[in-house]
Ligand binder design. Structure first.
Ligand SMILES: [Cu+2]
Length: 494
């Protein structure tokens, strides 16, 4: 009897020990991962060389790299002279209590008193000059121009291309609006926190001349965001009403500025996907009963002709509907097939870009570990950067190995999607800055390294980025005087 009791006791002690060990391991791993996300100090231009260096060695190596011939600082890469008109904007980031249209009050962080901030609308070729002022956002703010290939020093990345702008401070961004399309902007200091607090807005670059392929007579920007846990469309909780009469061709510029994939369907009229991430598609065909998934950070331009019956409704399970026009409400339909850009539109007749041999290849496996989101099993500054040379063509294979949808965003460039799951794209060329990947999918992308700098490449579910799914594309010969880490307070993706 006594023996059986002591065996039982031993088992209990053993079990308790195992539980304690698991808890200790979990807590240790958790703090290890936090350390990854909040390092003391990291030079994102030179991550591999930094590891294991003492402070003194680091200072010596910095001096050495600055004096090394041919090294260029990201901070010195600015917009070239240009003859286009200059468009100036002032944006003030501030803590604001917003009264939402549902009567609720929201503690938001705003640009110029609203969230989303003002829509910046410029014309192709304009010189865009935006002065950011920080009134009272304690951790500092920046503005990143999502989808626009700006010069390195203007990309708005705290700790890589600038220091976060402290309360009372300011920073002026200058870039040329080279490529017309639908874009957006958001703070890239503690982006997962600051974007969900409201520091974001739309940026539209209108073409100098409307292409003949654009029959739209009306247009509307529709920006979705998650303000904390509230889904807003153009700042409203109750959906949106877009004016339009029968026969009007409405271009809807949908911007997913939230963290989750949204699925849209259009009821009451057929529609076309005119552009993805701002880039027009070639001969986009009519779609009907098709559900279009739009990943976080992505933009889709729809063209919808208002029917004689008067009304079109754009539904998504994630948000309140958008109504275009007035009249008889179309019948609600369930289901439909998913939009696929693999065979949408038609190829360009002489597409020389298809026959480019890559100079370099990278493979990125997007996945997760116990407490992190990872790329090739590593997180944030421990992920080796893609080191590239100016002029190289880079073939990137991106696979989603789980942990949710990963909309993969690359800064400073537009890339071409070559294939999905080994099937080459057969329709229109597709150029993106943010690629939605779902579990099990593999894509091949071709990127021309034509914008020397230091560029982030990360998941645009910003919660995933903050958990480590964020890496760099670094050009040979480019340095930065800025540092990421708790010492400088620059934490771009926290
Ligand atoms: Cu992700």
């Amino acid at each position: 009897m006594a023996k059986r009791k002591s065996v039982k006791r031993l088992i209990n002690i053993g079990l308790s020990l195992i539980v304690v060990l698991i808890v200790v391991a979990a807590v240790t791993t958790y703090f290890w991962q936090i350390r990854l996300q909040k390092p003391d100090e990291v030079n994102m231009a030179n991550m591999a060389d930094m590891a294991g260096m003492t402070h003194m060695e680091h200072m010596v190596s910095m001096t050495a790299s600055v004096s090394e011939k041919g090294m260029v600082s990201c901070a010195a890469i600015m917009a070239p002279e240009s003859s286009g008109p200059t468009r100036k904007f002032d944006m003030t980031a501030a803590r604001t209590t917003l009264k939402l249209d549902n009567g609720k009050m929201a503690d938001a962080w705003t640009f110029n008193g609203s969230s989303p901030g003002p829509e910046l609308r410029v014309t192709e070729g304009d010189r865009v000059v935006v002065t950011l002022h920080n009134k009272d956002i304690e951790d500092g703010v920046t503005i990143h121009w999502h989808g626009i290939a700006v010069p390195c020093s203007q990309d708005g990345i705290a700790g890589v291309t600038q220091d976060a702008v402290a309360p009372g401070g300011q920073f002026t961004y200058t870039f040329i609006a080279t490529t017309p399309g639908t874009y957006w902007y958001h703070s890239h200091q503690m982006s997962s926190i600051q974007a969900s607090k409201g520091l974001l807005g739309a940026l539209i670059i209108e073409p100098k001349q409307q292409p003949e392929s654009n029959p739209s007579t009306l247009e509307a920007t529709v920006l979705y965001q998650q303000l904390g846990s509230t889904m807003l469309v153009n700042g409203n909780t109750n959906g949106l009403s877009v004016p339009g009469k029968p026969g009007d061709q409405v271009r809807l510029r949908l911007i997913n500025a939230g963290n989750e994939t949204m699925e849209f369907d259009v009821e009451g009229a057929p529609f076309r996907v005119m552009a993805m991430d701002g880039h027009d598609l070639h001969n986009p065909g009519e779609l009907d009963g098709t559900i279009v998934p739009v990943g976080a950070g992505q933009r889709y331009d729809f063209l919808i002709k208002v029917p004689e019956s008067g009304q079109v409704v754009i539904n998504s399970p994630e948000s309140s509907p958008i109504m275009i026009g007035s009249g008889i409400q179309p019948q609600h339909s369930e289901g439909g097939q998913l939009f696929s850009f693999v065979d949408y539109g038609t190829p360009l007749p002489n597409d020389s870009a298809l026959h480019i041999e890559p100079d370099q290849r990278f493979e990125l496996k997007l996945g997760q570990t116990l407490f992190t989101k990872s790329i090739n099993g590593k997180s944030f500054h421990e992920i080796p950067p893609m080191d590239v040379k100016n002029g190289d063509h880079i073939l990137i294979t991106v696979s989603n190995e789980g942990g949710g949808d990963h909309p993969f965003h690359i800064h400073g460039h537009v890339f071409r999607v070559l294939s999905r799951d080994s099937v080459a794209l057969k329709g229109s060329p597709v150029y993106l800055d943010t690629l939605l990947t779902k579990k099990g999918e593999t894509y091949e992308l071709m990127l021309e390294a034509n914008n020397p700098g230091l560029w982030m490449a990360h998941c645009h579910d910003l919660k995933h980025a903050s958990m480590g799914m964020s890496m760099m594309i670094n050009y040979e010969g480019i340095t930065t005087p800025y540092r990421v880490g708790t010492k400088s307070g620059n934490l771009p993706d926290l």
